[in-house]
Design a protein around this ligand. Sequence first.
Ligand SMILES: *Cc1c(COP(=O)(O)O)cnc(C)c1O
Length: 372
Amino acid sequence: MIPYGKQTITDLDKQAVLEVLNADFLTTGPKVACFENAFAEFIDAKHAVAVSNGTSALHTALAGLGIKPGDEVIVPAITFVATANAVLYQGAIPVFADVNPLTLLIEPEDVERKITAKTRAIIAVDYAGQLCDYIALKKICRRFQLFLVADSCHAPGATHQGKSVTHFVDAATYSFHPVKHLTTAEGGMIASNCGNLSEKMRVFRNHGITSDHSQRQKEGIFHYEMTVLGFNYRLSDLQCALGLSQLKQLPEWIKERKRLAHYYDNLLKNQTVITPLSLQSNSTHTYHLYVIKVPRRNEVIARMREKSINCNVHYLPVYLHPYYQEKLGPGRVSCPVAEDSYQHILTIPLYPGLSSQEQEYIVESLLELCSI
Ligand SMILES: *Cc1c(COP(=O)(O)O)cnc(C)c1O
């Protein structure tokens, strides 16, 4: 079976984790700051805060920005449920904006239509691996005094107008789940250029306590203070060591993902039945996913499985999940482009190590199934 995504673990990664197992700190040790600093440099941010996963990264960012019950936060209709769930964790209300039919990125014009007196923030999702139109989004945020968060879980290393996403947003969040570009098994990070926000997020991920265990041990202090209600969202030294080692290889893997995506682009030229998503102008794409639109998607995905090719669908519009239908009222929210796109989108396999022959087999199979 060809999976739709797969992690890469090298001997260097294994060595890095073993070293921590033999060291003094399994968690809250020196590897955390090392990983944070290296990630901040990679993503061109002044600060990075490591957390337990991409979902806690979103929650921590919203808590750090002071999103509170009754606030509205605008999110795209097509994203992983975690983007909207994080808004609910703060007691706030996710408001769904429609996406662009060609890129599936949040549509700034629809964002503007959804703004009310209660709107406090926008979470843009860098779907599939390319950055949203941050020039337009930032303009809206300035005009209406909103925070801008990037859920950039799909797009580490991508740029818009030659700049990292951190240049445009208050905070950008990342996930290190095994299907993402870089893995720590479970893990996440928030990058930000704001020192004050980063400090708040650091406290929030450690129960709301203002000093950490190793700091106190070093200084021989037993007293600590909890100042806000935080969570235990820490990332362990074992995971940070793995992340550090993976990060060194990330530029190579991004290059490889781009090469594989361009090969798909080539194989899909000169036909009209399968439509790959378009590129957002002025953005670079680091290809977490390769997404196409096909006719009779459900049948195609089932038939691809029979050919030992595991495709996937990213994503059902969040508000169509039963939980959200019940919460928001059945049929109350409608994003027509997202709903129509959902009928056609298909994610085909993409990961470093996928061979040209496998890519050719995947595209041949798709063309055969879609041309019937
Ligand atoms: C993976 C992902 C998340 C959540 O990350 P976890 O590490 O699984 O919690 C959030 N948003 C998007 C867009 C993702 O792809």
